[in-house]
Design a protein around this ligand. Structure first.
Ligand code: HSE
Length: 437
């Protein structure tokens, strides 16, 4: 008789529904690859009467008791799809304490409590898999943990938030403002009712913290990762970027500095001929530069019911294989060893290129003043464009002076801009967007 592996699902939203659907739709393929069935034996929901009917679920499977579910003898894998960090943390730690293997799609949980969860799992001798936590269906965790296990990642540039990418892509196509596109995206269900975590870079920072751990073998304090949201991008910046041969993308960037680690989240200008520039709509992609392989890129759906469920079920299959190989819970490093604590490069010490859009009054000598102050701070100019209606001088409408710099230290740029923004010729504070690549 075919061996079955008992699964408890905690949460029955889109992803939970997707897991149930995929286990049915791909049952034959899963059986072929695992040699066993994954059987959902209980689904914990807050209120069975209100449980979403994303898919048809046998109502007899529904329960409300997390503790009882994770302690059941017939459950080997607990799949946490609750989200958030409070209940999810309690549930995952309870599952681990009960000796269950865990699959989670919860980036916030791992970014904020990963060390605690992995330490508990190692002590208990259970597996924790989390492919769906970063880039949904794109198997980037496996790539970093296994595909590149013999390599050394030097840097990573990635688009890990589909909502932000969708909004910026649509802004670039229509040149309409952020707030309009966000509202539309919410109406269409592409953005959450409270979009803060997505558009402010918080969701991306969670994913970046997980990626940094895998790439560089160090933990970072997710709250210390410098971040800027896409709400600071104006359609005019997209137009200037295009004139200079760039597009603006919601990036996460990580770089190994040997003694320290650089990690940041912000919209950035990237060359229009970069592969990442073509990653449009809600798609995600991770561009990795590693010592032996050189550049490689991983692209696909970073969210959505079936793509995310696919990653979750693949994790269950891997745990199932571990169980059969009697390797489940073996002390396998979840991150490269030794896990050294390395400091994060302070944002003031980041060296990159900058797009600076100055809103100034159109008077003789303005350009000269700007360039002199930038020069005095050691900031070298690569390109300058001034736009504005001819003859329209000194009225309330600023003219735009757009500067692309060579590489400069962020601290120097911020110091120079503090001086410039205080000048009487300046009509509005400089808009700063970093350039990647
Ligand atoms: N809200 C995320 C996004 C998907 O917009 O990409 C889940 O991580």
């Amino acid at each position: 008789m075919t061996r079955k592996i008992g699964v408890a699902l905690l949460g029955l939203g889109n992803v939970g529904g997707g897991v149930i659907k995929l286990l049915e739709d791909n049952a034959a393929a899963i059986l072929g690859r695992l040699g066993s069935r994954l059987e959902v034996r209980t689904v914990v929901v807050r209120d069975p009467d209100k449980a979403k009917r994303v898919v048809d679920v046998d109502r007899a499977l529904l329960s409300t008791d997390v503790d009882a579910a994770v302690r059941r003898d017939d459950i080997e894998i607990v799949c946490e799809l609750i989200g958030g960090t409070d209940q999810a943390r309690t549930a995952v730690l309870a599952a681990i304490a009960a000796g269950k293997h865990v699959v989670t799609a919860n980036k916030a949980l791992l970014a904020e409590h990963g060390a605690e969860v992995f330490a508990a799992a190692e002590r208990a001798g259970v597996d924790v898999y989390y492919e769906a936590a970063v880039c949904g269906g794109v198997p980037i965790i496996r790539v970093l943990r296994e595909g590149l296990a013999s390599d050394r990642v030097e840097s990573l540039h990635a688009i890990v938030n589909g909502t932000s990418n969708y909004i910026l892509t649509t802004m670039a196509e229509t040149r309409r403002p952020f707030a309009d596109i966000l509202r539309e995206a919410q109406d269409l269900g592409y953005a959450e009712a409270d979009p803060t975590l997505d558009v402010s870079g918080g969701d991306a920072a969670h994913k970046l913290a997980i990626l940094v751990g895998l790439c560089f073998g160090t933990t970072v304090d997710v709250n210390a990762i410098p971040r800027e949201g896409i709400d600071m991008v104006d359609p005019i910046d997209l137009s200037y970027a295009e004139k200079f041969g760039y597009v603006i993308k919601p990036l996460v960037i990580a770089r190994d500095h040997i003694t320290a680690v650089e990690a940041r989240v912000h919209p950035a200008l990237i060359p229009a001929n970069w592969l990442l520039a073509d990653v449009a709509g809600a798609k995600n992609a991770v561009y990795v530069h590693s010592y032996a392989l050189g550049p490689s890129m991983y692209y696909g759906a970073g969210a959505g019911m079936l793509p995310t469920a696919m990653a979750v079920v693949s994790d269950m299959i891997e745990i199932g294989r571990n169980i059969f190989a009697r390797a489940a819970g073996a002390p396998r490093p979840h991150r490269p060893r030794p896990v050294e604590a390395r400091p994060m490069v302070a944002i003031a010490d980041v060296v990159t290129r900058y797009y600076l859009r100055f809103g100034v009054h159109d008077q003789p000598g303005v350009l000269g003043q700007l360039m002199t102050i930038l020069g005095a701070h050691g900031i070298s100019i690569a390109q300058v464009v001034q736009d504005g209606a001819p003859g329209r001088r000194d009225d309330d409408q600023p003219v735009w002076v757009v500067v692309l710099t060579h590489e400069a230290r962020e601290g120097a740029v911020r110091d120079a801009l503090a001086v410039i923004d205080a000048l009487p010729i300046v009509a509005q504070p400089c808009r700063v967007i970093r350039i990647a690549g």
